[in-house]
Design a protein around this ligand. Sequence first.
Ligand code: G3I
Length: 349
Amino acid sequence: MRIVMCILILFFSWSCHQREDKSSCEDSIGVYTFANYPIGTAINFEKLYTDSLYTEIGTKQFNSITAENIFKAEYLHPKETEFNWVQADSLVNFCTENNKRIHGHTLIWDEQLPTWIPEFKGDSADWQELMKNHIQTIVHHFKEKVKGWDVVNEAFNEDGSLKKTGWLIKIGDDYMEKAFNYTHAADTSALLFYNDYKLESNPVKRKSVITYLNKLRNKGVKIDGIGLQMHISTSKPTVSEIASAINEIVQNGYLVHLSELDISINPEGKEIELAKELFVKQAELLGAIVSAYNHVPNKYQYGITFFGICDKYTWIRSYLKRQDYPLLYDDNYLPKPAYCTLKEALKSK
Ligand code: G3I
């Protein structure tokens, strides 16, 4: 009997130690509470109402919400004369009830459009009216609820040239200027952003974007900030490249939004063994990025938004079909080392 008791005591202390290991980075307090700028996440709307743990973590850990998909044209404006507010209003209500900022992603992009837009037949003036109606109907609907909009998303090529999107071809080179002006006219309280990928790693693209936006701003167009999407990996870009990008944006007087942050540990899509070192490297990189962001003057800190809550729902798996683990929580909703370093880096600001 005594031997059995000893074995049970040993097992119990071992299993507690295991939980302690797993919960060494405990997440009982929302990580956003350690920051003096918003810590956000992109929300997969479907999971918000079907996965209670997803919603519990999303509600507790973040104070800014971006819709991963349902604020895009194909969901909000499915037909030329039809807007669908149901899901987006439900997300806005969730944010209001839980005192969370909502960031609008995105008004003008050349992806995830409803079929009627690329099929629309009209001259430049007709297309301009289409874009104005699209933008102003949506922005009016969410007036003073959506704090900031990605007015235009991903409009530049890697070489710094303007993408020949349908919007540019149909409306002309000044379509972005019009888009920002239409948005501002519909909600003068909203902060207006240009959002793009690889601005943190491609100085040619970044310089071209900033030069272009500065020209618009010098004409009186309201442009408040730039979204660095930050779909990065543990292999690139370096922290110093990211810090240079952030500083260049601040020096040009724009708010900086790390708008879609995820850190791939498997950018080449290989069959990988999940060694702890991979997650330590991911955590160290995140800690260094947050430390760099902490040095941004607070008036330019729009916040850091992760592009999802847990690895199992990352777009990298569903859209890129790649085995990856880029976010703060693992497939079992346990906080990863990256969560720990985020919390420590925010506390040490
Ligand atoms: O909603 C349909 C569903 O009804 C259908 O059953 C399913 C299978 O066909 O598709 C679902 O739509 C998918 C949608 O995500 C919602 O899950 C689309 O096929 C899929 O293309 C779409 O992918 C999104 C992608 O943008 C589109 O380019 C990703 O979820 C989303 O994370 C990703 O987000 C973009 C940002 O908006 C801009 N920056 C880059 C980022 C990653 O590409």
